[in-house]
Design a protein around this ligand. Structure first.
Ligand SMILES: Nc1ncnc2c1ncn2[C@@H]1O[C@H](COP(=O)(O)OP(=O)(O)OP(=O)(O)O)[C@@H](O)[C@H]1O
Length: 673
């Protein structure tokens, strides 16, 4: 049923401006308002084909479709993602004969091309005798390929792939790019090599993926500007979730708009999706420069949370945020002693129990715990498991299965010679062996690979990592052989750096074996590993992006602290405890799929969602804000706080530790926000 427009919505409906940016806050009816604009335009006689309803994700597209139906817009108005929109235009260009449609390929095929590109770059480095420290053996490691894939997606979203020239090996541009994106230059080189394989001649594409539609259409329109006149001309463009727009999408809409009207709605304080290339400037300076005649209309009244949260987020963002009078959101502050290990996590678990017990109507599924980064969930997961509170990880992997933790777990097995838990838990062997291979290094080609250590029939046909997984799955104790005889063993073709790392890990393995009798507990072993190996450097090799590597290093530190809480119990006991925790988590996730589990997630995944009760842990210096860019951190906190409907709980250090209070919420920075 259509809603009666609010005064703010009425002002938007009455505007006839050529370009309108609706400056909205969370839960203020953004999508509903766009649907109202679409309905009103149709009612005035505009044909559905002349109206482009666009979103940036499938989820947003579905919500847009629902709101259009609610507002009784014509059924012929079907929202599209901007990728689908670009695809339609590409098909049209193909029918016009100005473009030959290349095959569409999926992730598996892209991986093959990326591996080929990486090999090409590695060969060029070799032939020039460069002493690159980069580990080019990506084909063995799904995580590294996926990471490369994500980098490629971001470069495309930011239109940076269009800046690659014919032969930019070692070009200054790539170094600048690498520095700006905080990535090793070799990753940029691989992406450039991949793009050269994909687009051997300008405008001639060998294949396309989802991520290519928008940048490729832009490329074609730049090469043949005249064909723009032969494409459809829409009279009205309605774009939802404008805070997610990236450079490629912004440029495409600017080009296709021509004489049409453009109405976009977004919340500039929700610009946090750097991975898809979202940037604040597309809602501020760049937008103003592109559309000098734009009119800015507000949607400042939220329908999600009450006045207390509205005041708090208004202070945080220096923007007026109002709540409708009927809504009430309780704000709690939960204090913890930051000097006591695990205190924040126990406070969180206690608060969940209090909420659940106090109002039996509160289901666990109505509660979300939202952290700034995923490494902050280790203590929380442990506290929830200890308290018997069922939870599911959303958009993150449970700490027990993260590569850096599996790597440390593998070292615990090897150091103690205890493999019982792996005997009972074969599914964990694959990710564990893969993590070990990623952290040390593994010869990628079967040709140079010594497979004597792996007794597998027909082994020569298999890639080395698969052989290893098969062997260790058959006999978990062979993890030791895998480590000594394969991952840490020098192989023909290893770079000097790889050889150096292998030597360091081999020395670590030998030292652990020698000191086995004195390394009694898991904590002892992990501290010894930390003393023997430069863990931050080892992690940086496996996880090239600095921010992610930092998070992985923090995960390891939390994990070592957790092992410390087990005192001098033998390593095998700790491994059993981990296995036990993992089993409890798996049982819950499977068995309770339709029953109550609370959600444990990060701000990035929480964006676009809402819960009745939201708990934000670790609101302290160094944890939230996490990075130096306080404006960005403020947006992260805004997104987190605005997910709450009925209650919002902020967990921060107690009075005695005021010095650790988050500058986002206290002191000069917060006041001057
Ligand atoms: N004029 C109105 N009168 C009553 N309810 C309204 C009105 N406009 C929107 N709503 C309701 O407000 C709620 C939020 O609307 P909507 O989902 O469009 O918000 P949004 O700003 O897109 O949310 P998000 O911040 O999650 O993207 C919905 O339940 C919607 O039905």
């Amino acid at each position: 049923m259509a809603h009666e427009p609010s005064p703010e919505q009425t002002a938007i409906l009455q505007s006839r401006a050529n370009v309108v940016l609706i400056d909205a806050v969370a839960g203020s009816g953004k999508t509903t308002t766009l649907a109202m604009v679409a309905g009103a335009a149709s009612a005035r006689g505009l044909a559905p084909v002349a109206i482009a309803c666009l979103a940036f994700s499938d989820g947003a597209k579905k919500r847009f479709a629902q709101k259009l139906a609610e507002e009784n817009a014509p059924a012929a108005l079907v929202p599209m993602t901007i990728t689908e929109f670009a695809r339609r235009h590409l098909r049209k260009l193909a029918t016009l004969g100005v473009f030959t449609q290349p095959p569409q390929i999926g992730a598996a095929k892209v991986r093959d091309h990326l591996v080929k590109a990486a090999q090409g770059v590695w060969m060029r480095h070799q032939s020039r005798g460069s002493d690159s420290e980069f580990d080019f053996g990506i084909e063995q490691n799904r995580d590294r390929i996926d990471h490369l894939f994500a980098v490629l997606r971001e470069l495309k979203a930011r239109l940076l792939t269009h800046q690659f020239g014919d032969d930019d090996f070692g070009s200054i541009g790539q170094y600048d790019l690498a520095e700006a994106l905080d990535l090793p230059v070799e990753l940029i080189e691989i992406c450039a090599a991949y793009e050269r394989l994909r687009e051997p001649d300008a405008g001639d594409f060998g294949w396309q993926t989802e991520d290519d539609a928008v940048p490729d259409l832009l490329r074609l329109l730049a090469l043949q500007p005249d064909v723009l006149d032969q494409l459809w001309q829409h009279a009205l463009f309605l774009v939802d979730e404008w805070h997610d727009v990236n450079a490629a999408e912004f440029a495409l809409l600017q080009l296709l708009k021509r004489r049409g009207r453009l109405v976009v709605v977004g919340d500039r304080d929700q610009v946090i999706d750097a991975a898809r290339g979202a940037e604040l400037r597309f809602s501020t300076d760049t937008f103003r420069a592109a559309y000098a005649d734009a009119v800015y209309l507000p949607l400042h009244r939220t329908r999600r949370f009450g006045a207390a949260v509205a005041r708090a987020v208004s202070k945080l963002t220096s923007r007026p945020v109002e709540a409708i009078p009927e809504l009430h959101t309780v704000q709690h502050r939960a204090a913890y002693d930051p000097d006591v290990a695990g205190a924040c996590a126990r406070t969180v678990a206690g608060h969940v129990q209090a909420l659940h017990n106090a109002h039996h109507a509160v289901k666990l599924s109505e509660i979300a715990i939202i952290t700034r980064e995923d490494d902050q969930t280790i203590d929380i997961e442990n506290a929830l498991l200890d308290a018997g509170i069922p939870y599911q990880c959303e958009g993150i992997v449970s700490y027990l299965l993260r590569p850096e933790i599996l790597f440390m777990r593998a070292l615990l097995h090897i150091a103690s010679g205890s493999y019982d838990t792996l005997e009972q838990d074969k599914p964990t062997i694959r990710p564990m062996v893969t993590a070990l291979a990623a952290f040390v290094s593994m010869q990628s080609s079967a040709q140079h690979f010594e497979s004597d250590y792996l007794q597998v029939s027909g082994a020569a046909q298999k890639v080395p990592l698969e052989q290893a997984i098969e062997t260790v799955t058959g006999t978990p104790a062979s993890l030791q052989m895998f480590f000594d005889g394969i991952v840490t063993r020098a192989q023909e073709g290893d770079s000097p750096l790889t050889l150096n790392w292998k030597a360091r890990f081999a020395a670590c393995g030998a030292a652990l074996a020698e000191r086995r009798a004195s390394l009694h507990s898991a904590h002892d072993v992990l501290l010894a590993v930390r003393a023997l190996i430069d863990l931050p450097a080892a992690v940086a090799r496996a996880v090239p992006r600095r921010s992610e590597a930092d998070a992985a290093v923090r995960s390891i530190a939390h994990f070592i602290d957790f092992a410390g809480t087990f005192g001098q119990r033998p390593v095998a006991d700790f491994l059993h405890e981990l296995r036990e925790r993992q089993a409890r988590l798996a049982a819950r996730t499977k068995g309770n799929r339709y029953r109550a589990q609370l959600v444990l997630t990060t701000v990035r995944t929480a964006k676009g969602q809402e819960w009745e009760h939201v708990i934000l842990p670790y609101l302290q210096r160094g944890e939230f804000p996490r990075g130096p860019d306080l404006a960005e951190e403020r947006r992260f906190l805004y997104v987190a706080m605005t997910r709450a409907k009925g209650s919002l709980t902020l967990c921060e250090p107690d009075e005695a530790h005021r010095a650790l209070w988050s500058p986002l919420l206290h002191g000069d920075v917060a006041r001057g926000a």
